[in-house]
Design a protein around this ligand. Structure first.
Ligand code: FAD
Length: 384
């Protein structure tokens, strides 16, 4: 018996391994991860870890001893480089081959880079613990930070850097931060929040090239609105699914590992978390979600299906973000709405929950410092 082999030892991979054990699976479970660490949580990296409120040890999701006690074998620092679905085996970078009865792909994402910004010291992306350590070290000495990309990650990094006293410029070609996730009315509030906290928000602005000193260190960025001074710069321009090693495997790779409604990519091959693009029966389209709760939800679904549950995965998408002391919670797709109806609180007092509707039908829910209100409004979303 080769058991279940999980590639990617982070939130989704770990949750799959744990769920298999919780449901009574007794075969071998192996968790192969490229990173040298035990599984850790990423959301604190742009918040508590970057601010210095938490040491990195607080991000650990399961200590190796706990994994061993569950009979989950962790293989850290091992990178998968090839998959042979016929032989049901993967090859690791060191040449070792591992066979499986079922394979779970949980390799997540890799930050997108902008080629023009490759090279200078002081240019960062943020995905891993090492990225967070490097960025934190730079923020300790930098006075001015430029963040390119006003999506969730860019907004969080900008907000955290502001709490450290840096002058922060947030640059994005779109007219509003996070409008594609929140819809314009709430995105306008978010723009106001960032400005109120002293962030220079350059929307409708393209970052074009880095400016460096003689030693090859970043000193600023040229934008379509003119130059911006910066001693450190973060590229937060999205991420791409980590599927390079699966080319030639026969799996369909199309902005992620393409799966059926049960998150199955091929016979005995499944995908979970950020890397999975699966057919959401409730929405009638293939979906890929990049958020923490989906890492767990998809893991539970796949563990069940490996054990024969045969159930489609139909979650209501959910994510949260913390910026300037505000917790924003989002269910469904508020950006798809053409009207926003406040169901609790008041945007003017900066505590509210609202339902986004299209043709009178709720399509998303946003809560702004309103965990109770958002839970109530969530019930209005049609169950998938
Ligand atoms: C800084 C940051 C802040 C975030 N904040 C929030 C938040 O506030 N709210 C929210 O909902 N979500 C947030 N997220 C998103 C959330 O963390 C992710 O959705 C979640 O981590 C996805 O888990 P995953 O296991 O699918 O992928 P990942 O966490 O990316 O893990 C994939 C793992 O696979 C490994 N791997 C990749 N390729 C290979 C290979 N070939 N062989 C072996 N191992 C491999 C990687 O090294 C990595 O360890 C945040 C993400 C980041 C980066």
């Amino acid at each position: 018996m080769n058991g279940v082999l999980v590639v990617g030892a982070s939130a989704a991979g770990l949750a799959t391994a744990q769920a298999l054990r919780a449901r009574g699976y007794r075969g071998p479970v192996r968790l192969v991860g490229e990173e040298p660490h035990p599984p850790y949580d990423r959301p604190p990296l742009s918040k508590q870890v970057l601010s210095g409120a938490w040491g990195t040890e607080r991000t650990v999701l399961r200590a190796p001893a706990d994994l061993a006690a569950l009979g989950i074998e962790l293989l850290p620092g091992r990178r998968a480089v090839a998959l042979d679905t016929g032989a049901r085996e993967i090859t690791l970078a060191d040449g070792e081959r591992l066979r499986y009865d079922d394979l779970v792909l949980a390799t997540g994402l890799t930050p997108r880079r902008l080629p023009a910004f490759d090279g200078p010291a002081g240019v960062h992306t943020l995905r891993t613990l090492e990225d967070a350590r490097r960025l934190r070290a730079d923020l300790r000495t930098a006075r001015r930070l430029a963040v390119i990309g006003a999506g969730v990650l860019g907004c969080e990094i900008a907000a955290t850097a502001r709490t450290l006293g840096l002058e922060v410029t947030l640059i994005d070609p779109a007219p509003l931060p996070m409008a594609d996730r929140l819809g314009p009315p709430v995105a306008r509030l978010l723009a106001g929040l960032h400005r109120d906290h002293g962030i220079t928000l350059l929307t409708g602005t393209k970052a074009e090239a880095p400016v460096t000193d003689g030693g090859g260190r970043i000193t600023g960025v040229l934008t379509s609105q003119g130059p911006v001074a910066a001693d450190a710069l973060v590229l937060a321009v999205g991420s791409v699914p980590a599927t390079g090693w699966l080319h030639g495997s026969g799996l369909t790779l199309d902005d992620g590992v393409l799966c059926d409604a049960r998150c199955r990519a091929a016979a005995h091959v499944w995908a979970v978390g950020d890397v999975a693009r699966w057919w959401h029966e409730g929405q009638g389209r293939a979906l890929r979600l990049e958020n923490r709760s989906h890492a767990t939800e998809s893991a539970l679904a796949v563990a069940g299906n490996i054990l024969g549950a045969d159930r489609p995965h139909r979650p209501v998408p959910y994510f949260w973000t913390d910026q300037h002391g505000v917790r924003i919670q989002v269910f469904g797709d508020p950006a798809a709405g053409d009207r926003l109806r406040v169901t609790e609180g008041d945007p003017a007092t900066r505590t509210f929950a609202a339902v986004a509707e299209t043709a009178g039908r709720p399509v998303g829910v946003v809560g702004w410092n309103s965990p109770h209100g958002v839970r109530g409004a969530r019930a209005l979303l049609t169950p998938p």
